[in-house]
Write a protein that binds this ligand. Structure first.
Ligand code: TRP
Length: 493
């Protein structure tokens, strides 16, 4: 993962100098705090050099920097690297291997996803990089046992591949301690594509099998801050997107969907949590986690606190009474993890449980798994508003093929399903495991041609999207209002 490069600030920030004057209590620091301290010290050294300070003064600052680096290595088992915050739960390893072999070509953060590998991002390496845990077969089996339901194909096929604390959530659930779900979407346009549905399809399944409440945050404020859009536009997109989300089948008695612009302004409890979080995260920390620079507006810098707040149950008094201890589980794409690493770092310091997470891989663009589907590139995406004909044409014309150039070669050598976008899409949407396996075998052996594979995908997506459009048509303004009104939900904790 590459984080953005940040220019050293030309001036020494006020807080930085003060820290070197005081005695350090490095031993009491968390890895993230020490990382942040190192960033600040690095900046101090650069500033002193730029300002052509006395050699003795520079030496003292450099010595402290080296000492902090040694402490960091001791604490985390890894070398300090600017722009690479420590993964959560780092254990002190004597080989420091956790950062080895990271594919520098994989770039994953909340705003960009790209890799040079046609098979897509190396998710195992991402797990090491982010310090999360792999969803092993054992966990999938456990979910099956606890819920008594066949695991969703996204779990069976490793599309949700990584987690934090899911075993803890299940331990508590088995002891009749329930939890709530939180997910979200940044409404950057009216057009949603099939990739956007992945977290919602999965969240709907979780809501059904665990029978629990759900909150869905629409970050219209985030999109206003990041894009060249008016506030009213972002808010309108939030309401339009809510219709597509509702069309996924959520239970109105158990689901609260909110626009930040509306809910933040109306809920004192939510805003109090935002400010609590803001007080416990420094500028250096968010710079390290998100790569913000000195020229980013302050709205962006404080936004992560707004995405963190729904992880705490007392942000929703209408749902949880005053309770602050209800466990939260967040299903999301892995690129959102930086927000929740920050949230989990803050939680115990403000007296709240850490949210648990389930991470999904990305939905690949039609052109190939080097990047994810993007709503701003019409040819890379299949939209929820596409007609059957558009779906067919886009797949036939743009879906990257792992097949061979000629029929003769394909028959002889077979195709490569690992890089074939049509096959990848089928792993997301074709529920029948046996049928999927047969397609894989036939494609690899050359018995199934690219055109035939694409036809199967077209015939899978056309009815799926037509049904979505049908359900969306049923969603009235009144329904949207119901979902988006703060109110009690129906559940037992
Ligand atoms: N930042 C997310 C986006 O741009 C939206 C979001 C807010 C979200 N809260 C979330 C996504 C919780 C997943 C889980 O899409």
């Amino acid at each position: 993962m590459k984080l953005r490069n940040r220019a050293a600030s030309p001036e020494l920030p006020a807080g930085v100098k003060k820290m070197t004057d005081s005695q350090e209590e490095v031993g009491a620091m968390t890895p993230l705090q020490l990382y942040e301290r190192l960033n600040a010290q690095g900046e101090q050294v650069r500033c002193l050099k730029t300002a052509k300070a006395e050699k003795a003064e520079i030496d003292v600052a450099v010595q402290l920097l080296l000492k902090l680096k040694t402490d960091y290595k001791h604490l985390t088992g890894q070398d300090y690297k600017a722009g690479c915050p420590p993964p959560e739960n780092v254990v002190n390893q004597d080989n420091g291997a956790a950062t080895d072999g990271i594919d520098e070509e994989d770039n994953v953060d909340p705003w960009n996803v790209s890799t040079s590998n046609a098979k897509g991002v190396d998710y195992d390496k991402l797990i090491v990089r982010f310090g999360s845990s792999k969803i092993e077969t054992e966990l999938v089996d456990r979910i099956e046992k606890v819920t008594g339901q066949k695991p969703h194909r996204f779990l069976r096929r490793g599309i949700f591949f990584s987690h934090r604390d899911m075993h803890q959530v299940l331990d508590a659930y088995e002891k009749n301690k329930s939890f709530y779900l939180y997910t979200g979407r940044g409404p950057s346009s009216e057009a949603m594509h099939v990739g956007h549905l992945i977290p919602f399809i999965f969240t709907k399944w979780l809501q059904d099998v665990f029978d629990i409440p759900l909150v869905i945050q629409l970050t219209d404020d985030e999109k206003y801050l990041w894009k060249d859009l008016a506030i009213e536009e972002c808010h309108r997109f939030a309401v339009e997107n809510a219709k597509d989300i509702i069309a996924c089948g959520f239970d109105v008695n158990k689901t609260f969907i909110f626009s930040d612009f509306d809910y933040m302004g109306s809920s004192p409890e939510f805003y109090r949590n935002v400010v609590k979080i803001q007080k416990h995260v420094t500028y250096n920390q968010v710079k390290g986690i998100f790569g913000f620079t000195d020229s980013d507006c302050i709205g962006k810098i404080s936004f992560p606190a707004i995405q963190a707040a729904p992880s705490f149950s007392n942000s929703f008094p209408q749902i949880f009474g005053g309770r602050k201890d209800v466990q939260c589980l967040i299903p999301c794409a892995i690129d959102q993890d930086p927000y929740f690493r920050m949230t989990r770092d803050v939680a115990p310091r403000i007296g709240y449980p850490k949210p648990a997470l389930l991470h999904s891989s990305f939905f690949p663009a039609l052109q190939g798994a080097q990047t994810k589907m993007s709503a701003s590139d019409a040819n890379s995406s299949i939209f929820l508003t596409d007609t059957p004909k558009q779906i067919k044409n886009k797949i036939n014309k743009h879906a990257f093929s792992g097949g061979k150039d000629t029929i003769e070669e394909h028959r002889k050598f077979g195709g490569n399903p690992d890089v074939d976008v049509s096959f990848m899409y089928l792993t997301f949407f074709l529920d029948d495991d046996e049928q999927l396996e047969k397609i894989k075998q036939d494609y690899s052996s050359g018995a199934l041609l690219t055109g035939e594979l694409k036809k199967i995908l077209i015939e899978t997506l056309q009815p799926m999207i037509a049904q979505h459009q049908e359900r969306r048509k049923q969603v009235t303004e009144e329904t949207v209002k119901q979902f988006m009104t703060p109110r009690p939900l129906n559940f037992k904790l």
